[in-house]
Design a protein around this ligand. Structure first.
Ligand code: ADP
Ligand code: MG
Length: 365
């Protein structure tokens, strides 16, 4: 359906896309992931010519859209785009946002367009908001209207550019649910996203972008569980875990807790797990401070969530002499140790070169 050959894009001196080759088949759902600034948005924008490519060719259903004779407006109509920032018309109701395109560009009658618009609003769960203006809607509702508006133009493929990154965490799932439904119904889609769990279970293929190319592509199992290339591996590990470097005793526990809460929300972990993780980290830090009075205070804290095992692992590493508070009589006060033992399982201590490494998983019950 879409074939991209040797696509390149420069902004002045800056080369963003060096050589992108890709194919998207009808009915496929492609997730596009990668560090920010690697040209994911530029790639999508080049596909529907919101951005003019510097070189290469793009075929839609066999037609070269960069050819001078190509009917660009018509080709663009085949591709819907959903942005991070919704881009709804503020002075139009939800319903009018959906009907204006079909009436003006597809030549539909008002009645036809209105009927179809109501069906689509119903499909995204917002029939009762038909008469509401965008600023009367929540972020999640606005994005669902934006998706419905896109569908009203009867696109053959939808390009999503980080559709959930401007949303409160509580509203991410309602938008993802709509995209999942479209995937199930066979809509062809390319989705730039940081929602790795979503990318894993909704897409047929994943493109990892880096260095101006599609650096690695493959089925989600490969990209998320067994990436073949080093940069992909580093990226996947980084987004799957939260690392906090603590470099002195006056650490900001509120900031650390905030990040942990955000991480748990992102992975939709139950409240009980989150609360245990918070308590575990607090006690761990206390114990390390108690044990490290004479040394430089330095801890690297890592939380990783494994979807496969549905478990949250916490690793605390500190530099310096051998120090294992979980051995008897290391600390005068055993309360913190007892709390940690109650909240965690599979506790392990390892001495790795000159570092103390504690790992544990948060207990589920
Ligand atoms: P991503 O979506 O992966 O975060 P982008 O495609 O938005 O990356 O941007 C890639 C690079 O191109 C960035 O360095 C960005 O600053 C630059 N860039 C994007 N759009 C423009 C533009 N219109 N003019 C100049 N530079 C741009
Ligand atoms: Mg972007």
């Amino acid at each position: 359906m879409i074939k991209v050959e040797h696509l390149s894009k420069q902004f002045g001196e800056l080369t963003v896309l060096r050589e992108v080759n890709a194919e998207i088949k009808k009915g496929e759902v492609i997730s596009i992931i990668g560090p920010s600034g690697t040209g994911k948005s530029t790639f999508l924008r080049c596909l529907n010519l919101l951005e003019m490519p510097s070189g290469g060719r793009i075929f839609i259903d066999g037609t070269d859209i960069l050819d001078k004779s190509a009917d660009v407006p018509k080709l663009r109509q085949k591709m819907g785009m959903v942005f991070q920032s919704f881009n709804l018309f503020a002075h139009l109701t939800a319903l009018e946002n959906l009907t204006i395109g079909p009436v003006k560009l597809l030549g539909r009658s008002k009645e036809q367009a209105g009927k179809k618009a109501m069906e689509l609003l119903k499909m995204v769960g917002l029939a009762e908001k038909a008469g509401s203006f965008p600023d009367e809607l929540s972020g999640g509702q606005k994005q669902r209207v934006a998706i419905a508006r896109c569908l009203a133009m009867e696109p053959e493929i939808i390009l999503f550019d980080e559709p959930t990154s401007a949303l409160d965490p509580t509203m991410v799932s309602e938008v993802l649910a709509v995209i999942r439904r479209l995937a199930k119904e066979g809509m062809t889609m390319a989705v730039v996203t940081h929602e790795m769990d979503f990318a894993r279970d909704v897409s047929n293929r994943v493109f990892y972008m880096d260095e101006g190319i599609i650096y690695e592509e493959g089925p989600p199992q490969q990209i998320f569980e067994n990436p073949q290339k080093e940069k992909t591996r580093v990226f996947i590990n980084r987004v799957r875990s939260l690392t906090y470097h603590i470099r002195n005793q006056n650490y900001d526990l509120y900031a650390i807790n905030g990040e942990i809460e955000h991480f748990c929300e992102k992975h939709v972990l139950p409240k009980t797990t989150r609360n245990k993780a918070l308590l575990l980290v607090e006690e761990l830090l206390e114990i390390f401070s108690a044990g490290q009075v004479t040394r430089q205070f330095e801890i690297d804290l890592t939380l990783s969530y494994s979807e496969k095992q549905d478990s949250l692992e916490i690793v605390a590493e500190s530099a310096g002499d051998y120090f294992n508070p979980f051995e008897e009589n290391t600390l005068p006060d055993q309360l913190g140790v007892t709390i940690i033992k109650n909240l965690s399982e599979n506790m392990e201590y390892q001495r790795v070169s000159d570092r103390n490494r504690f790992s544990m998983t948060v207990k589920k019950q």
